[in-house]
Design a binder for this molecule. Sequence first.
Ligand SMILES: Cc1cc2nc3c(=O)[nH]c(=O)nc-3n(C[C@H](O)[C@H](O)[C@H](O)COP(=O)(O)OP(=O)(O)OC[C@H]3O[C@@H](n4cnc5c(N)ncnc54)[C@H](O)[C@@H]3O)c2cc1C
Length: 284
Amino acid sequence: MIPAAFEYERAATLAAALKAVGTRNTKVMCGGQSLIPLLRFRLTQTKRVVDISHLKQLQGVSKAKGVIRIGAATTYRALLDAKVLRDDCPLLAEVTERIGDRQVRNIGTIGGGLAHADPSADMPGAMLALDAQFVVRSAKGRRTVAARDWFRGPFESAMKSGELLTDIMIAVPARGTGSAYESFEQAASGYPLVGAAAVVTRAKGKVTAAALAFTGLGEVPFLAKGIEKLVGSDGGTAAVEKVAGGAAAGVDANEDIHAPAAYRLHLAKVAARRALLRALERAG
Ligand SMILES: Cc1cc2nc3c(=O)[nH]c(=O)nc-3n(C[C@H](O)[C@H](O)[C@H](O)COP(=O)(O)OP(=O)(O)OC[C@H]3O[C@@H](n4cnc5c(N)ncnc54)[C@H](O)[C@@H]3O)c2cc1C
């Protein structure tokens, strides 16, 4: 379908973009991989689209003082090319490889995906497990929102009107940390029916920290319960089986034409077990 008419504007600066998003009937666009289909299906309409994809300030991956900073307009392709992520936060590269196809990864951005807050997207699980922090700015100032407070509902984030997501901040995982992402994809779209992202730290043979997050399973991506019970254990198969089995217990799982809830819950157990075991293997 052809979208309803709208004005298109390339923001000249971040300040101009912030000013524009504060005005009525304006939508920001980065890679357009989610926004353009929404406009074309007329699921959303707007008078003005402000493009921020070219703003250098919002691009790139860097590391300073033990924290990785990813600009919101950084494409998935650029994430895959970023040596600092391969070296210090390989979970992000592992997740990114599962997103869409080459064309989507060349144009789609991490910030666009997180702002879109699709409950079936791949990246949110990793953001929760890594305890990422999101910097949002408006013409009035800036604030930081934890990824763990970001996902409010399906396609709903903690961002307020007039705000832009500008940076994703992730503390470099401690020495002895291993991570893994396991997903079962819907064959046609490649989106996960269920994805599980695990981050574990082991020191002197004992697990000292553990987090696991699911995506695709519920209305919002979420941290699995009971994973902290791994802490203090040796992280062996028996300990993992125990927590993985209960990780999705009591969850009101999504049900749609692709998979019934019971099947998703089954996949969640398998994904949790595999992700945790692989993360522990990598933790050493
Ligand atoms: C064919 C196809 C396959 C895909 N497969 C997968 C998949 O397997 N897994 C997966 O996780 N995803 C998948 N996706 C989704 C893809 O990851 C997202 O479309 C993409 O990340 C969105 O980023 P974007 O820069 O294109 O955002 P846009 O489409 O430009 O924007 C998306 C939304 O976010 C808002 N927005 C964008 N940037 C910002 C910002 N900085 N601050 C505030 N608001 C902002 C926009 O206003 C809009 O509402 C697929 C998409 C396509 C088209």
